[in-house]
Design a protein around this ligand. Structure first.
Ligand SMILES: [Zn+2]
Ligand SMILES: [Zn+2]
Length: 289
């Protein structure tokens, strides 16, 4: 039985809470290093260009949210370790689509087949691959879903990664409440300025600014449609939504509900190995230098 957090009715839903927590570059990096074995304060300090104050603040936030437990250092809980599929999707996307990466990303090998691989988004029930453009998913907002409830609360927290920029483009896509909503709207098929503005319900200046950023990253085309690079971000989005809804539950029901049309079941994201086709698990992903 998972230790699910219940969210009160009418408040931020699972997606909004998750974006508030994981739409933060330092938090993603701290979790990545934890999955690679970091568990003491000094481990993160040695591996990341992070200050004591920022690290302490992020660790306490992630501990409060139940991703770590304090003991002899910080141990990932099941909820914390479960972020692996989100991080693996981000890793593969940045690797493929962000050529000027400030940090050379390591390669990865699938322990079971011993070969390099990419994660492939599949339906956990029928194991069929799912692409953003194949229209095999039907659905959208569920009982607790709405644009307003799916974006994190406004925050005055300064962007603090500064020059590190280890996941720069992922952070540009999901680390800002309006960008995340814009990406979500684009995946729901929105491609006109007025429709984006209706979804986001914020000022035209803000919408224009976010659209400009996504265009400059090559995620949206000049006519505001997702490019190949944008569409390839789909596994990150679906793994995030999956994590969100495994660990947070609004009183009214899920934020997003999708049915996988080929098999007729409620869609749950899973990842397969592109090389051997087997289902990936956290322990079977081996980084190589
Ligand atoms: Zn299916
Ligand atoms: Zn494999």
């Amino acid at each position: 039985m998972l230790d699910v957090t219940e969210l009160p009715a009418g408040q931020r839903n699972a997606v909004g809470v998750t974006l508030g927590l994981l739409g933060d570059e330092w938090s993603l990096l701290i979790l990545r290093e934890a999955l690679l074995g970091a568990s003491r304060f000094v481990d993160w300090r040695a591996r990341l260009p992070i200050s004591n104050a920022v690290l302490a603040a992020r660790l306490s936030r992630l501990t409060e949210a139940g991703l770590f437990v304090r003991g002899n250092g910080y141990r990932l809980t099941e909820r914390g370790a479960d972020v692996w599929s989100v991080l693996l999707s981000i890793w593969a996307w940045e690797d493929r689509w962000v050529p000027s990466h400030p940090e050379r990303l390591p390669g990865r090998v699938h322990r079971l087949c011993g070969k390099p691989f990419d994660p492939v988004l599949v339906c956990s029930a029928c194991d069929t691959g799912v692409l953003a453009i194949d229209h095999s998913l039907e659905g959208g907002f569920g009982p607790s879903g709405s644009w307003e409830r799916s974006v994190p609360e406004a925050t005055t927290r300064r962007r603090s990664v500064g020059d590190a920029g280890l996941f720069p483009e992922t952070t540009a896509l999901i680390g800002n409440r309006w960008s995340a909503a814009l990406v979500g709207a684009a995946f729901q098929g929105v491609h006109r300025f007025n429709d984006f503005q209706r979804c986001l319900n914020t000022s035209p200046t803000m919408v224009a600014d976010r659209i400009r950023t996504l265009c400059s990253l090559g995620v949206l085309s000049d006519d505001y449609r997702l490019t190949g690079k944008g569409l390839a971000f789909f596994p990150v989005v679906m793994c995030l939504v999956g994590w969100a809804q495994r660990w947070y539950r609004a009183e009214e029901g899920p934020a997003l509900v999708y049915r996988h049309l080929p098999c007729g079941t409620d869609f749950e994201a899973a990842l397969d190995c592109s090389t051997c086709g087997d289902r990936l698990t956290r322990k079977d992903v081996v980084p190589t230098s």
